[in-house]
Design a protein around this ligand. Structure first.
Ligand SMILES: Cc1cc2nc3c(=O)[nH]c(=O)nc-3n(C[C@H](O)[C@H](O)[C@H](O)COP(=O)(O)OP(=O)(O)OC[C@H]3O[C@@H](n4cnc5c(N)ncnc54)[C@H](O)[C@@H]3O)c2cc1C
Length: 394
């Protein structure tokens, strides 16, 4: 298996870097330089710039408006965007519901929804989780009853709906049949956010953003044509969508950027004996992270090389998700420990931390979630135990 990139791939990497130099607007670059948290309007602004360039959906096939690239090019673009600290695009349309509509949608649904996901004209959010249905997703209770007039009537609640307040559409898993096994009575529906009876209540995250919402449905009417895939057959769609979600979660570029940042903090933090970077314990911790990240990079390259040979991403994407999210968290923890008491300053503007590092504590807090979202790491370990190691009872 050849894990090196071709001359053509190297040329593409140079093209992406040149594009970023001239096309990342100064106000977004200023935030990227300090690794600040981007809000949804900024994310969508960047989405539209990448759309104009034809780079917004590297994994979409030509027939649906994507560039039809190989896996290596897709990886290079993602890695370079992360290395530059650009806003991470919202995954709900591009990575989740878009590919799902391509796979299971009717021609009318493809024509209606895909172009607007691509252009960013319509923003999506994900309505999977409920207060008692997260890892045990099939326990969901949001009801969708047939009204006998060509509509479903939705009643119930979703939670953790990321950026629902900005969305035009939500895709939901809803219960259309309660009589059989719980995963056999679920359907996949597309719901316009402006429908009467649908109420969004954002709440503040520990990272100080209004990132999440509770979403309530009270007699929300959804036309039957908004059903994707078979009635009661939404469970296989739900799982297919989660597969799409996980493949993009290793975050090698983001962690590489973060590691460079950790080194910079260590090099700039004074001690009575010099700077922290001279401390052998700090150096050993940084070296350990460097080795872990290199391991993840190689695992990611292997997955790409496998994809080039035509292997579909299988349960090994769970491995990338586990390691990628753990490494991100460990790097933030290392940054916080190196910053010491300065890491306790939180948007108070009066600390001795250089302004460039002010965002570390809130981003550290935000990334506590990386081992939970996209399917928690414990569940990913169960997947590996069952699907790769063939262990019993997992
Ligand atoms: C930042 C963030 C953004 C999110 N955005 C969205 C969104 O936009 N839309 C959406 O629908 N959802 C979203 N979620 C929800 C997310 O998918 C769920 O939090 C996740 O699936 C876990 O479910 P839970 O929170 O109910 O935890 P639980 O399922 O209650 O799990 C609690 C703990 O028990 C462990 N556990 C549970 N079952 C098992 C088992 N069988 N074996 C071993 N361990 C187990 C879990 O791993 C976890 O550590 C988001 C979550 C976060 C944190």
């Amino acid at each position: 298996m050849d894990l090196s990139f071709s001359a053509e791939h190297d040329a593409f990497r140079a093209e992406v870097r040149a594009f970023l130099k001239t096309n990342l607007p100064p106000h977004l670059r200023a935030k990227a330089d300090v690794d600040a948290h981007f809000e949804m309007p900024e994310i969508m602004e960047w989405h539209r710039i990448l759309y104009k360039k034809g780079w917004v959906a590297p994994h979409w096939p030509n027939e649906h408006g994507g560039p039809g690239w190989d896996a290596a090019r897709r990886f290079i673009l993602t890695e370079e965007l992360e290395l530059a600290g650009t806003p991470g695009l919202s995954p709900f349309g591009l990575i989740m519901v878009g590919p799902l509509i391509m796979q299971f949608g009717t021609d009318a649904q493809k024509a209606r929804f895909l172009p607007k996901i691509l252009s960013g004209e319509e923003v999506w959010c994900q309505g999977y989780s409920e207060p008692n249905a997260g890892s045990d997703l099939a326990s969901l209770k949001l009801r969708a009853d047939d009204d006998g007039k060509g509509n479903f009537v939705l009643n119930g609640q979703k939670t953790w709906t990321t950026y629902a307040q900005y969305a035009d559409w939500i895709f939901v898993l809803a219960r259309t049949d309660s009589s059989g096994p719980k995963h056999k009575g679920i359907s996949f529906l597309l719901v316009p956010m402006k429908t009467k009876g649908l109420v969004v209540k954002p709440f503040l995250s520990i990272g100080n953003t209004l990132a999440f919402s509770e979403t309530f449905f009270e007699d929300v009417l959804v036309p039957r044509e908004n059903l994707v895939g078979p009635l009661h057959g939404g469970w296989s769609l739900a799982k297919a969508l989660l597969g799409h979600e996980r493949t993009f979660i290793a975050s090698v570029g983001a962690s590489t950027r973060l590691l460079a940042r950790v080194k910079r903090i260590a090099a700039e933090t004074r001690t009575p004996a010099g700077v922290l970077f001279d401390d052998p314990i700090v150096r050993a911790k940084i070296a350990a992270m460097e080795i872990k990240l290199e391991g993840l990079r190689m695992a990611n390259y292997r997955a790409i090389a496998g994809a080039q040979l035509g292997h579909a991403p299988g349960p090994e994407s769970s491995l990338l998700k586990i390691r990628g999210s753990e490494i991100l968290q460990q790097l933030f923890e290392l940054a916080m420990s190196i910053m010491g008491h300065d890491s306790l300053s939180w948007f108070n503007g009066a600390s001795s931390v250089p302004p460039i590092e002010e965002w570390v504590p809130s981003q550290w807090a935000y990334y506590r979630a990386s081992t939970i979202y996209g399917g928690s790491n414990e569940i990913q370990r169960n997947v590996i135990a069952k699907m790769i190691l063939n262990l019993p009872g997992a």
